[in-house]
Design a protein. Structure first.
Length: 200
């Protein structure tokens, strides 16, 4: 175990080892929690076959800035704050340099796509987070940009994977049913988001 993982393990050690008393109140509370969990969006639990691993990592190459990042963003059963900040930074709006938190469900979807197509290569990022000004600019020059784009809230990404056909990315994402999938073969990228399941 590395020092990084040892420090994580120390941070999340359980200190209360007393057995839990199963009273009627506790039983009802647990039942309510399970019921609520069942109502959560599919994207939270989707692609679980790929998410049941000890570590989740992603690699990115920002096509606008030339920056590269490979990061373990989930380890020891928890998201890693420092890694999430690094990912949010590399996926910032390159026009305004604005940084916005990237939704961890989007990262999990990307991780599942990576596992589905069996690659460790970095995703080439065409667009991650977009500021309102950037989105308005792009809308003025393209009918394909939504006014209320999920890019505005860190819940969408446009990617390609050099050496792999864009169609392969599209098919993998559709199979996972984790949100929206847009296919843009002329521009050679796929749009992924964690909104409702839809394809175009």
């Amino acid at each position: 175990m590395t020092k990084f993982h040892q420090s994580l393990a120390r941070s999340y050690q359980i200190t209360d080892t007393k057995p839990m008393r199963m009273t009627r109140r506790t039983f009802v509370k647990l039942g309510s929690m399970a019921a609520v969990a069942g109502l959560l969006p599919r994207a939270v639990f989707g692609s679980s076959k790929h998410l049941s691993v000890e570590e989740r990592s992603l690699a990115f190459y920002n096509t606008h800035t030339g920056e590269k990042l490979k990061s373990i963003y989930w380890a020891e059963g928890n998201y890693v704050d420092g890694s999430l900040r690094q990912i949010s930074y590399i996926l910032r709006d390159p026009r305004s340099d604005e940084v916005h938190d990237i939704d961890t469900r989007l990262l999990d979807l990307l991780f599942s796509v990576r596992k589905e197509i069996e690659t460790n290569e970095p995703f080439h990022v065409i667009s991650g987070y977009r500021s309102a000004r950037t989105n308005a600019f792009l809308r003025a020059h393209s009918t394909a940009v939504a006014e209320n784009s999920l890019h505005l809230v860190g819940q969408a990404i446009d990617i390609r994977l050099p050496g792999r056909e864009t169609r392969i990315l599209q098919k993998a994402a559709i199979a996972l049913k984790g949100g929206g999938v847009g296919y843009y073969p002329k521009s050679d990228f796929v749009h992924l988001d964690i909104g409702r399941v839809r394809y175009w």
